[in-house]
Design a binder for this molecule. Structure first.
Ligand SMILES: [Zn+2]
Length: 228
């Protein structure tokens, strides 16, 4: 995959319900296509652990059990992008922007920085598929990795880093359904906002697809060569 020096750097926002397999797809694109991935959860943990200026602010909100303000979250993502200036490989923002407030601030940044090409990928999957998928999900216990896997005989360790796999408590069915309840409303709100801002969105429908076909369909949508 060759890229011209002066071509804009593509930033993919992966937006989809919890358990739609965003993480698995992103991991594969990192491994096989050299993409960079940013998970806002990991970014927050790193800032807190390193007690950066952002980390100290975050800590204040987390200690009070408050939500992290949209502007703070967005500024951390922008800060990360800026530290990556020399990189050319496409970026995946996993689950960011998540709210209208985040999207607004991020689009403002992008409008002033034409060196980025922003593509919103909306992953669609029916609720029943998500419940089934999550009830079979295992995660890598290494906090830097957190790769997701589907339960299989003999699978006990992460195939990327070797750490043991575990099952999250909130992957139980009733918890999954509760997490999914709020999703359609905030998806619709964000999509409406993108429409108003004339920001195109692209649908990746993955109903009935295994991770291999999800990967291939994404590569086709993204216009990259998905052959191994
Ligand atoms: Zn791992």
């Amino acid at each position: 995959m060759m890229k011209q020096q002066d071509a804009p750097r593509t930033i993919f926002s992966f937006f989809g319900p919890p358990g739609s397999g965003k993480g698995t797809l992103a991991q594969r694109l990192v491994q096989q296509q050299g993409f960079q991935m940013l998970s806002t959860g990991n970014l927050c943990r790193q800032h807190v652990a390193n007690a950066t200026e952002f980390g100290l602010l975050l800590d204040g909100y987390l200690k009070k059990g408050q939500l992290i303000p949209d502007d703070l979250m967005t500024d951390m993502v922008i800060d990360w992008l800026v530290t990556q200036q020399h990189e050319q490989s496409p970026v995946i923002l996993d689950g960011f922007p998540r709210t209208q407030g985040q999207a607004r601030r991020f689009l403002e940044f992008l409008n002033k920085h034409p060196q980025y090409h922003f593509r919103v990928i909306v992953i669609e999957l029916p609720e029943e598929d998500i419940v089934m998928r999550l009830s079979r999900r295992l995660l890598c216990s290494n906090k830097q990795c957190q790769a997701p896997f589907t339960q299989a005989p003999g699978l006990t360790n992460c195939t990327y880093c070797g750490s043991p796999l575990y099952k999250r408590d909130d992957d139980r069915e009733e918890v999954v359904r509760e997490r999914l309840r709020a999703y359609p409303a905030y998806r619709d709100m964000l999509m409406l906002f993108y429409e108003q801002m004339k920001q195109p969105t692209e649908i990746l429908n993955i109903q009935g697809l295994d991770s291999e076909h999800v990967y291939q369909n994404f590569c086709r949508l993204a216009g990259i060569d998905g052959a191994e």
